[in-house]
Design a protein around this ligand. Structure first.
Ligand SMILES: Nc1ncnc2c1ncn2[C@@H]1O[C@H](COP(=O)(O)OP(=O)(O)O)[C@@H](O)[C@H]1O
Ligand code: SF4
Ligand SMILES: [Mg+2]
Length: 332
């Protein structure tokens, strides 16, 4: 297993004390696999991603294990984690527009990411090169990376500033920056959400190509079941900080068991436009760590009194299929 996340629990500081935004999340990702994290806005997907990257600031508390290639990232020193970020695991953050610095040319930003990951070996090599040669070597590599993510006329594009790029081009540049350290694992947080539908398809095709050509493993985060359906191999459905169902994407599509997964599927427009999508009434509540029992009970059409007692356990109901709902307690 390339990445094994076990019982990840993240507490965030708020004015009213700590908020447990991620509560015992577990999943694993194989080399070259696309793994989906699915759930509505406010379920804890981005906090999970930022916890894996240890980017939530010094006051956030994360426990559990995030084992990448045999090493628990949560146990690394700050300096070791800084070295791992980008070189072993990289993040494409939720907004492609804010991920780039408006004051610098695209080529400089990709170059900077290359320099950060060049490390000691690079420094030794650089000692042999004159300053302007070094700059041109890094610049050429930046242009190569931009070409590799499908930016046409990359030499010219590298000279541009982010505001001169479309949303899709910005997202491609952010992906180039994430690839600068040659990581084996990429986390893509809502990689297509801010983009037009036609542009979305291009980004999905790009990520899929990178997976095939570079053998990248990708954790793709989305609120869009349809996106994960065509792209991810397996997925975990998150609701209010809990994994409520985990299975192959095919199983989640064909036989979703958790009422929340079923409700998410009902939100997907039918391909032929025959069946109108049904939105789930209500929202994910804030401060969901204060809820008793099943956190979905307020919105669940099958809720009964017992659902508000203890938190249901995540039970194995089939090969690689787990679900957290009392309706399946007898199945195990
Ligand atoms: N830095 C933070 N401090 C406190 N609460 C946060 C912070 N970031 C996110 N949250 C809260 O944690 C919950 C999960 O947020 P998030 O992971 O961003 O959801 P998602 O990415 O699934 O839309 C939400 O209730 C959100 O308001
Ligand atoms: S435990 Fe109860 S409220 Fe929760 S999803 Fe299952 S049936 Fe619905
Ligand atoms: Mg998010």
């Amino acid at each position: 297993m390339l990445l094994q996340v076990s019982n990840l629990t993240t507490d965030l500081p708020t004015r009213e004390g700590y908020f447990r935004a991620v509560d015992g999340v577990s999943f694993s990702v194989q080399a070259g696999e696309v793994y989906g994290l699915l759930g509505e806005s406010g379920c804890g997907k981005s906090v999970t991603a930022l916890s894996l990257m240890r980017l939530l600031g010094p006051r956030a508390r994360a426990s559990g294990q995030v084992v990448l290639e045999g090493e628990d990232l949560l146990q690394l020193s700050e300096a070791e984690m800084r070295a791992a970020r980008g070189a072993r695991i990289a993040l494409i953050p939720q907004s492609p527009f804010t991920a780039l610095d408006p004051a610098h040319r695209i080529g400089d930003q990709v170059s900077e990411a290359i320099r950060v990951h060049d490390g000691a070996a690079g420094a030794r090599r650089r000692g042999l090169l004159r300053c302007e040669d070094r700059r041109s070597v890094v610049w050429r590599r930046a242009v190569e990376l931009l070409a590799g993510v499908g930016i046409t006329e990359p030499e010219e594009a590298a000279e541009h500033y982010p505001h001169e790029f479309s949303g899709g081009m910005c997202q491609r540049a952010v992906i180039a920056t994430a690839l600068a350290g040659s990581p084996r694992m990429l986390i893509a947080d809502e990689p297509t959400t801010a983009l037009d539908v036609t542009v979305q398809r291009g980004i999905v095709r790009l990520l899929d190509r990178l997976r095939r050509e570079l053998g990248l493993a990708i954790v793709v985060i989305s609120h869009d079941f349809a996106l994960l359906a065509e792209f991810s191999d397996r997925a975990a459905v998150l609701y209010a900080g809990h994994v409520v169902e985990r299975a192959s994407t095919e199983t989640l599509l064909r036989s979703p068991l958790h009422p929340y997964t079923q409700a998410l599927l009902a939100c997907v427009p039918d391909l032929d436009g025959q069946v109108a999508p049904t939105p789930i009434p209500g929202n994910v509540p804030p401060r969901y760590d204060r809820l008793a029992g099943c956190r979905f009970s307020e919105r669940c059409p099958h809720a009964r009194a017992e659902c508000r007692g203890e938190v249901p356990k995540l039970r194995t109901v089939g090969p690689e299929h787990s679900v957290r709902c009392i309706l399946y307690d007898a199945v195990e």
